[in-house]
Ligand binder design. Sequence first.
Ligand SMILES: C[C@H](O)[C@@H](O)CC(=O)C(=O)O
Ligand SMILES: [Mg+2]
Length: 443
Amino acid sequence: MVHGRVSRLSVHDVRFPTSLGGHGSDAMHTDPDYSAAYVVLETDAEDGLKGYGITFTLGRGTEVVVCAVNALAPHVLNKDLGDIVGDFRGFYRQLTSDGQLRWIGPEKGVVHLATAAVLNAVWDLWAKQEGKPLWKLLVDMDPRTLVSCIDFRYITDVLTEEEACEILQQSQVGKKEREEQMLAHGYPAYTTSCAWLGYPDATLKQLCSEALKDGWTRFKVKVGADLQDDIRRCRLVRNMIGPEKTLMMDANQRWDVPEAVEWMTKLAEFKPLWIEEPTSPDDILGHAAISKALAPLGIGVATGEQCHNRVIFKQLLQAKALKFLQIDSCRLGSVNENLSVLLMAKKFEIPVCPHAGGVGLCELVQHLIIFDFISVSASLQDRMCEYVDHLHEHFKYPVLIREAAYMPPKDAGYSTEMKEDSVKRHRYPDGEVWKKLLSAQGN
Ligand SMILES: C[C@H](O)[C@@H](O)CC(=O)C(=O)O
Ligand SMILES: [Mg+2]
């Protein structure tokens, strides 16, 4: 039984200096310090359980998101957790419809990232109180309760509440077997860890050969800054992994539409399965044009890690603009909005291949995709979840990868809780790690 009144919301600016090693670098984000606005919810309940929520940010962006979380706090403080989850759609609507804050969104940008952090904490607390990992909480929920968490505003032209219920109802068949399959074999993953754009070739080679030894069969390479570099790096990776393994490319929005087509035509010889974020994430028709042009080359378009909300996903699906849909656990309005996107993807028969990595994204999104397989898509065809091998040591319940697959988490909650010491050391600017770095830089 869910209980307790929210008595405290605190938010921390937690940063990791990943840019120093070129980790996470791409054609647009050359110096990413993987960071999080980290929310902690406390209640007056005697169980002492806390809810932890993060949203993924890069360095200086974090302080802006922290401000937005504080601005949302009055919507959460003193609320009864039972009332929040008892009318989760209403609560989602309240957070995203604040008459003054929505003006700086709505449901996009900083204020939506902040919404995700707060709601992720609520889901973590709910799952903890139920004593289940989040994926299992979702799997065990009846379809009516699940859809009652979704705000269908702006998407009823493609997905109504009734249709969503029908989809979930139909997927009840075989659910038990799929849950057993996940527990035994996990959810297939691919790695992005080998080929960040800032890595020299020697690093790329070394990481690639280690990943092959560890059993990885699907690899993503960053591209988009310099064509000759891309050709060299893609050739190197393709030669190392051989013709049978899967290669994906990610341009992180670097190109204009014609440039994307031209550039990818030149990289087609390396047989990429997809090109990710070839152009602006807002350009739905641009993605459609690129999809159409690259289809004869056997290259699909993947996007979603910077799609603001369900409306953009709806239009990408309507416009046949993508072949692989990449949800993000912290960009969209938490589990609530991700549920609506998973259901739309099912309706349009587009495989979901979540964005992960960053700090904590693997920990979170594994719950969503495992739920998706068991209760929505019922398929692994053309599906895999991103994996990045950074910063898991800072989490209390880190992901478990076995034979290049995510093994379902067993601990209660949304795997969002960070180790106290890690938070303390990496708080910006007063954590020990940053104090040292800043003083070395003369600040
Ligand atoms: C800045 C991030 O590292 C970004 O490059 C991640 C990304 O695009 C991905 O994992 O995909
Ligand atoms: Mg990407």
